[in-house]
Design a binder for this molecule. Structure first.
Ligand SMILES: C[S@@+](CC[C@H](N)C(=O)[O-])C[C@H]1O[C@@H](n2cnc3c(N)ncnc32)[C@H](O)[C@@H]1O
Length: 280
């Protein structure tokens, strides 16, 4: 396990993932009924943008560093507001840290909701525990996220969202995600499952085809590229496969993704995609 998210926190892929995550959690918390958020690969929860790792790559500068709340069209601003509030990007605020997915969930969820975070790296687990572990709604567990997911579904609340956000260091990561997702979905078909993936080659497309071929319905594909994702060079394409998305997500993504692509684009070949892969 060499991957440390601190090198990448706040980059274009994090902005894409976290803006959409806030929209899904905002929707799910509209109903009073309790929900559960499960983060299978949680990271450390809060990232110092002046820290050594962030400074070495500077990736956040072409990600969250490009998000300026001024001159945002009003429809975009309305949808971005929960993200702006949590990250601290409103007018007059100075960005020093960037929140990870567990912190975003912690900010948006309510007293009746519960959060489970799996983080396998011992140091990252300890840092995450410091960041969010004192909240009695939150459990931070040093466990393999794939094993954890199957142990934690279905949750007692029978409502909620699972974020699967692996580092994709291993060649078989898409296989592991597909297998685990199918097992979890067989036990809890009503949950919202969100899988983050990098776009580099045909791996992401084959993964989506496999999920659809497994007979899982209500699969939405959301993607954003800041340059041609298949060209040589640093990661420039990212996606989320969402199973059982909130029904407003597709419409919201059609407002957010064109604007985000314009802001985050690095080169020709930038673009976005919102597509239903199955019947809804
Ligand atoms: C992409 S980062 C997570 C970022 C986080 N979800 C966010 O959005 O802020 C992936 C994390 O998974 C951890 N990790 C790697 N393999 C794991 C596994 N099998 N189970 C749980 N955590 C794992 C890594 O240590 C790393 O912190």
């Amino acid at each position: 396990m060499n991957y440390r998210h601190a090198f990448h926190a706040g980059n274009f892929a994090d902005v894409f993932k976290h803006v959409l995550l806030t929209r899904m959690l905002v929707y799910l918390t509209r109903k009073d009924a309790a929900l559960r958020y499960i983060d299978t690969h949680a990271g450390i929860g809060r990232y110092d943008l002046a820290g050594d790792e962030s400074c070495r790559t500077g990736e956040w500068r072409d990600g969250v560093g490009r998000i300026d709340p001024q001159h945002m069209p009003s429809d975009v601003r309305e949808l971005m507001q929960p993200y702006l509030d949590i990250v601290g990007l409103n007018e007059g605020e100075v960005l020093s840290h960037y929140p990870g997915s567990p912190l975003i969930a912690q900010k948006l969820l309510r007293r009746q909701d519960r959060i489970i975070c799996c983080e396998l790296h011992p140091q990252d687990h300890a840092l995450l525990d410091q960041a969010v572990g004192r909240d009695r709604r939150v459990k931070v567990i040093e466990i393999d996220g794939y094993t954890g997911l199957n142990a934690f579904v279905p949750p007692p609340e029978r409502r909620g969202l699972v974020l699967i956000d692996p580092p994709f260091e291993e060649r078989d990561e898409f296989d592991r995600v597909a297998r685990t997702l199918q097992q979890a979905h067989a036990k809890w078909s009503g949950g919202t499952y969100v899988v983050w993936y990098p776009i580099k080659d045909r791996g992401a497309e084959r993964f989506a085809e496999r999920i659809v071929a497994a007979g899982i319905a209500r699969v939405l594909c959301l993607e954003l590229s800041v340059a041609d994702p298949f060209a040589e060079g640093p990661l420039s394409g990212t996606g989320l496969l969402v199973i059982n998305p909130p029904y407003v997500l597709e419409e919201e993504a059609r407002v957010l993704l064109p604007w985000l692509t314009g802001k985050l684009s690095r080169d020709t070949g930038a673009g976005w995609r919102v597509e239903r892969l199955t019947d809804f």
